[in-house]
Design a protein around this ligand. Structure first.
Ligand SMILES: NC(=O)c1ccc[n+]([C@@H]2O[C@H](COP(=O)([O-])OP(=O)(O)OC[C@H]3O[C@@H](n4cnc5c(N)ncnc54)[C@H](OP(=O)(O)O)[C@@H]3O)[C@@H](O)[C@H]2O)c1
Length: 251
């Protein structure tokens, strides 16, 4: 199993799950230093134990194909957890589209001939308003249009880090981000380990082949208002909402 974007939040979980399953796991990284420095070992040491870490520039199609064809065992599955750090058009098309396409094309190369491709996409691609979503959709289209590899597109709802990030934001003095009026938009986040399990299940479950799949956590989706009611802090959230609206008009 070759994992691109292995150092990312979900990539890390996929590497850990792949190693746990006993698969030969190749983690593609853009800098070995990121993993093998002192700080890198603290962040990735435990997760990457049992995986082979390979440095490659995923933006360089030739280098990537050479890298995959040099792997000394056949490549069965390629998992892309690549994601551009910022959602600008340039970055999104460079990473979420082109670098991801480079991974697919490397897998299609006669010297590699991978069997299956798994893509980490996003639930929000159903309503593509942002460049990031459009770049992802463009790649999804190319993945579905080819016949060399079977494929699975996974569109998760929200990650735990996005929800817990709200608390960090508040602690750093930033406003709570409320979608709509807090009473309609619902959120059902999924844990990274469970998402990684689901993604790798696509390798062996035929019912998950050549399909786009939405996935969220096992619990009922909750609105912000419901969350407030559960935790008894509706008044607190309402105050933040009002103060923020007064301050910025930019919620
Ligand atoms: N946040 C949510 O709630 C949510 C919900 C659903 C879907 N999603 C989708 O999930 C994806 C984000 O996943 P994540 O949080 O795991 O992302 P992440 O932690 O930001 O990881 C992104 C990975 O891509 C790599 N990467 C980025 N730019 C690169 C470049 N130029 N060259 C080589 N590698 C590069 C990063 O490498 P480095 O470590 O070297 O930077 C990292 O390994 C996005 O597509 C998002 O739309 C997010």
């Amino acid at each position: 199993v070759v994992i691109a974007g292995a150092t990312g939040y979900i990539g890390k979980a996929v590497v850990a799950e792949s190693v746990k399953r006993g698969y030969n796991t190749i983690a593609l990284v853009r800098s070995l230093d990121k993993v093998f420095s002192e700080e890198g070992q603290r962040l990735y040491g435990e997760t990457f134990k049992g995986a082979k870490v390979v440095q490659v520039d995923v933006s360089d199609a030739d280098q990537l194909t050479k890298c995959m064809s040099a792997i000394d065992i056949p490549v069965d599955t390629i998992v892309s957890c690549l994601a551009s750090p910022v959602g600008t058009k340039k970055e999104a098309y460079a990473i979420d589209y082109q670098a991801t396409l480079n991974c697919l094309n490397a897998g299609r190369d006669p010297a590699v001939k991978a069997r299956h491709f798994i893509l980490l996409s996003a639930f929000c691609c159903r309503r593509p308003l942002l460049q990031l979503q459009q770049a992802k959709l463009k790649f999804e289209g190319e993945l579905a249009a080819q016949n060399d590899l079977t494929w699975s597109v996974i569109r998760p709802t929200a990650f735990f880090k996005s929800v817990s990030g709200q608390l960090e934001g508040i602690q750093n003095g930033n406003p709570y981000v409320l979608f709509g009026d807090g009473a309609v938009t619902r959120c059902n986040p999924i844990a990274e380990s469970e998402l990684a399990e689901y993604m790798l299940n696509c390798m062996t479950d035929e019912s998950k082949c050549n399909k786009i799949m939405n996935i969220g956590g096992p619990d009922k989706p909750l609105t912000n208002k419901m969350l407030g009611d559960v935790s008894g802090c509706t008044i607190f959230i309402t105050i933040i909402f009002i103060l923020d609206k007064i301050n910025s008009h930019n919620i």
